[in-house]
Design a protein around this ligand. Structure first.
Ligand code: HSE
Length: 349
């Protein structure tokens, strides 16, 4: 199977994936038998390029990195919208990486529905569609014989769902608890170093960690979407956003942080999901953790997640939760999983 990729969205994450695909192309072919062409990129700001024989991805990347429009690319097309790219090209994998909208899921939700309904695999880092319509989209993927994968929606490329799908398959996950938003953890860490909230947030935005609208980070909505995804994917829950208690970090002052430090404690924004007698409960809230809680030692942009299982007790992963290459890598791991699932020759002999 030759992968024919169409990118819907070409922001930081898309550029991260394109960089990896460009740099690792021969390694991916030789070691994973993963062969691909990018045939289209559609970005609402940069424009649309399309060529059935494959576009020059490196050139698109160079233009986008210089904040230049794709109009300078030889494969520019006029008037093509996302629906036309998804439905009227030979793309067989749609890379959906438009910005997350946690309230409506759009435009990502429509893109994912359209792609799956047209028998195209979808890889995405967009939390909106997964948080709002997981069951519907999984069913649609199954009915159409394609994969819907979303590793990067939680902890960027740090393997959450690859771990739970394979290594932890057969274990019951009773509780998960962790630091799921890099921006707020970065801000809290910087504040411990005496840097003010605004400066720390600005820095996180410059580094590309923060969401397009940073309220989504600091008010806890981003972590809430991730908690919702974890509850519904790992515990088969059917939670919706209002079911999750959510507080962000905006009420935590420099004085709170310094007082905590003076008492050997640290403030952290903690997401948790737990099976209870009546179902599944989930929350996002800032907690003052004692230093012997391992989560207190997770600093900066790093995320961590601990799975409480029936067979192994606690299993913990620590790794990046945001970033261009880190999140781009999540899409690459999803593409490689599709290659393993649907391409017999990708399996090791
Ligand atoms: N803004 C998010 C974070 C990016 O800081 O964790 C990854 O979802």
């Amino acid at each position: 199977m030759e992968f024919r990729l169409a990118f819907i969205g070409f922001g930081t994450v898309g550029r991260g994936l394109m960089q990896l695909l460009t740099e690792k192309q021969s390694e991916l072919k030789n070691q994973q038998n993963f062969q691909f062409k990018t045939i289209a990129i559609h970005d609402i700001i940069l424009g649309t390029i399309y060529n059935e024989n494959g576009i020059n991805g490196k050139l698109a990347l160079d233009l986008a990195e210089k904040r230049k429009s794709l109009a300078e690319h030889p494969d520019i097309v006029d008037g093509w919208d996302s629906e036309r790219i998804i439905t009227q090209t030979s793309a067989n994998v749609i890379v959906e990486i438009t910005p997350t909208n946690i309230k409506t899921g759009e435009p990502g939700l429509t893109h994912v529905r359209t792609a799956l309904g047209n028998k195209k695999h979808v890889v995405t880092t967009n939390k909106g569609p997964v948080a709002l319509a997981l069951k519907e989209l999984k069913n649609l993927a199954t009915e159409n014989g394609v994969d819907f994968r979303f590793e990067g929606t939680v902890m960027s490329g740090t393997p959450v769902f690859h771990l739970t799908d394979t290594g932890l398959a057969g274990a019951e996950i009773k509780r998960v608890r962790g630091i799921l938003n890099g921006t707020t953890n970065y801000i809290l860490t910087q504040m411990e170093n005496g840097i003010g909230y605004k400066e720390a947030l600005h820095d996180a935005q410059l580094k590309g960690y923060a969401e397009a609208v940073p309220d989504a980070d600091v008010l806890g909505w981003d972590a809430k979407a991730k908690v919702l995804i974890l509850a519904n994917v790992l515990m088969g829950a059917h939670l919706e956003a209002p079911d999750i208690h959510c507080e962000g970090i905006t009420n935590i002052t420099l004085a709170d942080i310094q007082n905590a430090r003076a008492n050997g404690k640290r403030w952290k924004l903690i997401g948790s999901v737990e099976k209870t007698d009546s179902g599944v409960s989930a929350s996002v809230k800032p907690l003052e953790l004692s230093e012997n809680d391992f989560l207190a030692g997770i600093s900066g942009i790093t995320n961590a997640l601990s799975f409480d299982t029936d067979t192994l007790g606690e299993v913990t992963i620590i790794g990046p939760g945001a970033g261009k290459i880190e999140t781009g890598f999540s899409l690459l791991t999803d593409l490689l999983a599709i290659n393993r699932n649907h391409n017999c020759s990708a399996l090791r002999k």
